[in-house]
Structure formats: structure tokens, C-alpha cells
Design a protein around this ligand. Structure first.
Ligand code: DGJ
Length: 727
């Protein structure tokens, strides 16, 4: 890993053993992009700046009369608006004169060891010897706007992170109208666009679409990530597959309005912009003030989409998930929601815990309905006082009863929300998000609290702290069940209303930061009507995120496989529920491709199901390290193959493999040996179920034959696992 500047050529070269990223300073200080891809040696890369004669209508760059250089054509690192680049710009600043022309010029650089934190924002971290950071300094001489671009490369990963800090060093106020985190100008459009789309109960569905001339984008304006699109996109070379070919993956470490925008110009060169969606964004910078963008993560893989995913997984596990629970063995939990919904009391929960304990489950989560007058979803959000009448005593008494059975206790919160029918709303109607003079739109009978306000956050922190310190709470499920409309704050002046959405997210991060610092032992799981806030920003605070309210095991395969494109399996919340579509074995095997847990009434399980659960609990412990630390391989894709869904975990030393097959629908031809991946060709693996010994090379080239394993007529929804161990 190194970052070097060649004074002679004006080229910065960032190298790891998996990627090279190069950029240069051209002419009077234009920061130009040169290269992003597999490692290349130190040669003169300046020719990569040129993209042929520029067209007659394109302006020369200010201060440069070179028919081969125009801001309109050449690849740039952080293009600003208005000086002759007509592609989408990374930065647009409305200056005191009322125009938005900005012309950034390079003024200097610094290189530091390690990875700086970003103020108020989740961001990757690294020890001093694990990463190096380049900071480039730019300035617009007319407005005095200064920009610092941060680039970090990490020793062990094919990953680059980028962010920008914009400072008003001039004498007059300016307004940021767009401030993306990073721009990537690539040289060819020979790519497909891979992204994740969905909706409630269908989150993270993978799509692969051709790249087109013009603009495309993956965006959210919901105030939150939302289930509709994920802040992720990959450009996969046309011939790239799951295992081969070049793939660039991009994500934004953020939980609010995001944009991963693409513009492919007439030369067929795509520009990728990653950052906050500019559509509802305005940020006033008074002289001396600065703004820091969220962090963009860029991954390069020459081993297809699978290689990209494994790079993201490792990187997030080691450099983004900051919770101690990211690396510590997590408790196996059972959640009360699908078992009882709002219909529970203390005795029922204790009964769940007693049954759960017998099955080997470690932790009981009391979901929605424990506070205020909350017997359905019409009221009481905001009244975070324990309903002792419902629980049959204090929270401490209930938790002690559960703990006495040897079961830990977790609790549900939806801190950002407020029902109009709540004591909190009656006391502070102005705390709900609203636009003056307009009716508030409800969703699930609730409004959103104005998280931009310090007093609101202090109230929530105080109430949560009181409850969390009153009993032995080991886990929180942080839910969020609606998006933001009538988005405005009564506390912000008119000229700062454009800051509302970003300030909202910063407010959520502030509260999450305070809670996780005050209660570091508590395992935080994020949730938003399922996977509606599945993003790297949340991953920073909560090492697991509920994947979906859809617990149908077959539909879950598409959701979990999609999420695995960029998120580690150890982060994908997955439970066995009472869903009847398949037997409990398959529900268990699907949930094992995630955090694993239960979402049912354990007292209603049949003796055979209880026996199956005990086996699943044993499997959870046996394979925990393999699943949490191993490499994940998608062997088929449920969006492409409607019949068989196969996947595999391989231990880091390649001595252990856990293979799983789910028969989504019985195929006509069941003789389909599955080639395994990522094994050691020289090792010999024993199948623990059959005792058969296979060579790693054979398993990868001839495959594992399971045509007899399901009997003569395999049932839809059947599944199996195979644990293969190298001698
Ligand atoms: C939505 C979540 O996705 C569910 O798991 C559950 O916690 C409910 N909210 C509770 O209201």
C-alpha cells in the first residue's frame, strides 16, 4: 500500500496489491482522473488524460488553450459546475453574485497514515498501519471556496474510500446546491449496471441493466434509504459473470437521500457520481463554515460480482462495523413480533423465554407494544414509559424473571416516530415534522419527530437511557416505519430549510452514537419495516439489520442474495418464522444464510419441530465462525434460476465448506452437479453426511453430485446442507 506524488509528471498514484488509482494535476491546476483498476507499474500515465480532439462546440478550459483538453471531455476528479463541463457535476455552489460558476484549482496535498473519521458521520476506520490517506486541496479563486478531497486506500482490501470537505474561506455567504462525495470518470461504457431495487417485503432484488448514453441514476428522496433502491451500484463489464471479469462497485455510507448518478457522454465514457441526492439539498455556508460529505466506497474486482461482494464483506466487517458485536459471538435470539404482535403480557413473554431456553435460544426480544398505551399501531409512539400494567410489574422484574431462566432480554424501539395520539404529541406538537400551514400526512398512523432538533434528541436520549438502565437489557431493535413528507423544521430559518434532510440524518446518527456509546454492551439491530434502511451508514452502528418483514423462505432467498451483493451475511437479519411454505428445516437453512434467529411462538411447535430447532441451534453454533468469518459464494442466483438455489461458505484457510441447496421448484433434470468454488485444489474434503472423500480440484471442476440426495421425487421447498472438512 502506498500513495506517491511524482513532482515531474504531476501524478498521484495510490497502490495496493489489488488496485491502482491515479490522478494528475494538469495545466493551471485541474485535477484530472487517469486510472482506476488492477495494479499497474509506475510508468507515465499522462496519456490516459486524453480522449481525442474535442468537439467544436466544447469550450477550452479557462486558462488552457489546448485542443485536446476541455473540461467537457477529459476525465476529472471532482468537477464543479459552470466552467465548461456539461456533464453532471460533483459540486455546484451558488455564490454571492447569484451565479453558480465554480472553477476549482489544485493548491497542494498531504499524505497521512491511517484513516480520519468524518465529523458526525459514520465512516470507515483503520489502524495507522492499515491505511493511508491522501488529502488534495483545491480552491476557487473568485469565491474563496476551498475543497479538500480525501482518498484512503486500505492495505488488505481492493477498496478506496472518498469524501469531500467544502469550506467557505471567502468573505460572502455561498450556498451548496450539490456536493457529491466522489466522482469516477471511467473510459468505456462496456458495462452493465447492477443495482438493488425493491419495495416493502421485497427488498434488495438484484437487477442487471445495460448502460445507456445519457443519464441514469439510483436514488432515494424518502429522507431515508427506503426499500425501493439501495445506495449501491456496480458497473460490471459486459462479459463479467459471478466469478470472472471486471466489476466496479460503489456505495455511499449514508442513511438519507442518496444519489448514485451516471452520465455516459457521447464518447461512451461513463461518469459515476456518489453522494447526497441534490434534488432536495441546499446548504448555506457562511464565511468560515464548512460541510463534510458522507463517504463513498469504491471497490474494484477482477473476479466478477462474487469477488466484489467478498471484498465489500471483508471491508465492512473489518473497517466499518464498529460495534464490539461485529466480531463477538452474537446471542441467538427469538423475537416476539410474529408470535404475539401486540397481544402479550409479562407472563406470555416469560413462557416464550422458558420454551426458548429448552430449545437452546439465548435471548428474547420484546417487540412493539411494551410502552404507553400501545395495544395496536394507532397510538403511543413517543411515550417511552414502560406499561407496567401490561407487563405485570416493572421492566426490571420482567427482565429478571427472563434472566432467571438463563435467557437474555432485548427490547424494541422506534425512537424517531410519534403518534398524534400520544402524550408526547399532546405536550409537544411542534416536535413533529411539518411544513407550516400544511396538514401532516400520516403513515401507519404516525408522524416523524424532528430529529434536527437537539431538544428532541435529548428527550429521546433521556427516556431511552432511563429505561435501558433500569433493567438488564442486552439488545435493541431500532425500527423506523415511515418515510419523511412535508419535510421541514420549525426550528430552522427559511434559508436553511434545504438542509433539513441531511440534518435529520445527522440527528439520527447523533442519537445512535450517544446510545451505543452509553450502552456499548448492547447489541443494536436496525430495522425499517424490514430492510427499508439497509445501508452502510446503519452498518456502522448496528452489526445486523433486519432483512425483510417477508419471512417466506423461498422469497427470502432473492432478498438475502441481493443484500449479499454488498453486505456481509453476518449483517443480514434472518429468522425462522411460522411460515408454512416449507418445512422448518428449509426455513432454518435459509435463516442460516443470515444472522439466524426465530420469530414464532415456541410453545406452538410440534415435538418434531422442536427436535429440528435443537438441531438448528447446534448448527448455528457449529457453523458460526464459518458463516460469520468465511467467504460467501453464490453458486446460483434465485433471480436467474427458478429451480435450485445453492450457496457455500468457505473458511479463510479453505479447510471447511458449508454447502446449502434449496429446491425452490423441482427441476425437470435433477442431475446437475454443482461446481464448488474457492476450495484448495490440493486438499481432500470429507463430506460429513456421507463420509465420501472428494479432492478440492474435483469438487471445483466436476462438482458435487446431489441427484440422489433428495430421494426419487424431490419436493418443492426441500433443502440440504453438506459440511465438507479437509483432512
Ligand atoms: C416493523 C418491523 O419490520 C417488524 O419486525 C416489527 O418490529 C414491527 N415493525 C413492529 O411494529
Amino acid at each position: 500500500m502506498s500513495i506517491r506524488f511524482d513532482e515531474q509528471t504531476g501524478i498521484f498514484k495510490l497502490d495496493t496489491d489489488k488496485l491502482t488509482y491515479a490522478l494528475g494535476v494538469f495545466g493551471p491546476g485541474y485535477l484530472t482522473h487517469l486510472y482506476f483498476g488492477p495494479p499497474v507499474p509506475d510508468t507515465d500515465l499522462r496519456y490516459l488524460l486524453y480522449r481525442g480532439w474535442f468537439d467544436s462546440l466544447s469550450p477550452y478550459a479557462p486558462g488552457v488553450e489546448d485542443p485536446l483538453f476541455s473540461l467537457d471531455i477529459n476525465p476529472l476528479e471532482y468537477p464543479a459546475n459552470g466552467a465548461g463541463d456539461f456533464r453532471i457535476s460533483a459540486l455546484s455552489v451558488r455564490n454571492a453574485d447569484g451565479n453558480s460558476v465554480t472553477d476549482l484549482r489544485y493548491t497542494g496535498y498531504t499524505v497521512t497514515r491511517g484513516k480520519p473519521a468524518l465529523p458526525g458521520l459514520p465512516a470507515a476506520f483503520a489502524a495507522e498501519d492499515e491505511a493511508e490517506t491522501l488529502t488534495l486541496h483545491l480552491e476557487d479563486p473568485v469565491t474563496g471556496v476551498r475543497v479538500q478531497l480525501l482518498y484512503t486506500v486500505f492495505a488488505e482490501a481492493g477498496v478506496l474510500t472518498r469524501s469531500a470537505r467544502i469550506e467557505n474561506a471567502g468573505a460572502a455567504p455561498v450556498v451548496l446546491e450539490r456536493a457529491y462525495s466522489a466522482c469516477f470518470d471511467l473510459p468505456t461504457m462496456n458495462f452493465d449496471l447492477v443495482h438493488l431495487w425493491g419495495k416493502w417485503a421485497k427488498e434488495n432484488t438484484t437487477a442487471r441493466d445495460p448502460l445507456m448514453h445519457g443519464r441514469q441514476g439510483i436514488r432515494s428522496r424518502r429522507g431515508m434509504t427506503g426499500p425501493n433502491h439501495n445506495p449501491f451500484l456496480a458497473l460490471a463489464a459486459k462479459d463479467a459473470t459471478e466469478d470472472t471479469g471486471e466489476v466496479y462497485g460503489f456505495q455511499l455510507v449514508y442513511s438519507g437521500n442518496f444519489a448514485l448518478d451516471l452520465e455516459t457522454d457521447t464518447r461512451g465514457c461513463p461518469r459515476v457520481l456518489v453522494g447526497i441526492d441534490p434534488e432536495d439539498f441546499r446548504w448555506l455556508l457562511e464565511p468560515g463554515e464548512s460541510f463534510t460529505t458522507p463517504e463513498a466506497v469504491a471497490v474494484f474486482s477482477d473476479q466478477g460480482l462474487g469477488g466484489m461482494s467478498r471484498t465489500f464483506h471483508r471491508f465492512y466487517r473489518n473497517h466499518l462495523m464498529r460495534s464490539p458485536w461485529a466480531k463477538k459471538k452474537r446471542p441467538l435470539l427469538i423475537n416476539s413480533w410474529e408470535a404475539a404482535y401486540f397481544d402479550f403480557d409479562g407472563d406470555k413473554l416469560v413462557a416464550f423465554a422458558r420454551e426458548a431456553k429448552e430449545l437452546g435460544i439465548d435471548l428474547l426480544v420484546m417487540d412493539d407494544g411494551w410502552f404507553g398505551d400501545r395495544f395496536d399501531d394507532h397510538r403511543a409512539l413517543g411515550d417511552w414509559q414502560v406499561n407496567e400494567a401490561k407487563l405485570g410489574g416493572t421492566l426490571k422484574q420482567l427482565v429478571d424473571r427472563v434472566n432467571a431462566l438463563g435467557v437474555q432480554f432485548g427490547i424494541w424501539y422506534e425512537p424517531e416516530m410519534i403518534n398524534p395520539d400520544s402524550d408526547l404529541y399532546r405536550a409537544h406538537p411542534d416536535w413533529a415534522v411539518c411544513a407550516p400551514g400544511r396538514e401532516k400526512s400520516l403513515s401507519r398512523h404516525q408522524c416523524v419527530l424532528d430529529m434536527t432538533r437537539r431538544d428532541v434528541r435529548d428527550y429521546l436520549f433521556g427516556e431511552m437511557t432511563r429505561v435501558l438502565s433500569s433493567a438488564n437489557i442486552a439488545y435493541i431493535k431500532w425500527d423506523c416505519n415511515r418515510n419523511l413528507s412535508e419535510a421541514a423544521s420549525l426550528q430552522l430559518p427559511p434559508e436553511r430549510q434545504g438542509e433539513f434532510f441531511h440534518r435529520y440524518v445527522l440527528g439520527v446518527y447523533d442519537l445512535m452514537d450517544r446510545i451505543t456509546r452509553a450502552f456499548p454492551h448492547i447489541l443494536l439491530e436496525n430495522c425499517s419495516s424490514g430492510g427499508g434502511r439497509f445501508d452502510p451508514g446503519m452498518l456502522y452502528f448496528s452489526p445486523q439489520i433486519w432483512g425483510s418483514d417477508n419471512t417466506d423462505p423461498i422469497e427470502r432467498l432473492t432478498i438475502q442474495f441481493g443484500a449479499s451483493l454488498c453486505y456481509p451475511i453476518s449483517a443480514i437479519g434472518a429468522h425462522v418464522s411460522a411460515n408454512p411454505r416449507t418445512g422448518i428445516e428449509t426455513r432454518g437453512n435459509v435463516a442460516l444464510c443470515g444472522t439466524f434467529g426465530y420469530e414464532l411462538d415456541p410453545g406452538k411447535l410440534t415435538p418434531a419441530e422442536k427436535a429440528a430447532v435443537k438441531e438448528q441451534v447446534a448448527a448455528y453454533h457449529r457453523y458460526y465462525d464459518l458463516i460469520h468469518e468465511g467467504d460467501f459464494y453464490r453458486l446460483t442466483a434465485p433471480t436467474e434460476d427458478p429451480f435450485l438455489c445453492d450457496w457455500e461458505f468457505v473458511s479463510p484457510d479453505r479447510s471447511e465448506v458449508l454447502f446449502t441447496r434449496v429446491v425452490m421448484r423441482r427441476p425437470d433434470n435433477f442431475y446437475q452437479p454443482r461446481r464448488l468454488k474457492g476450495l484448495d485444489p490440493d486438499k481432500f474434503y470429507t463430506d460429513e453426511t456421507t463420509g465420501q472423500v472428494y479432492s478440492g480440484a474435483l469438487l471445483m471442476h466436476a462438482g458435487l453430485d446431489l441427484s440422489l440426495a433428495f430421494g426419487r421425487l424431490p419436493q418443492d421447498g426441500a433443502s440440504l446442507t453438506r459440511h465438507l472438512v479437509a483432512r
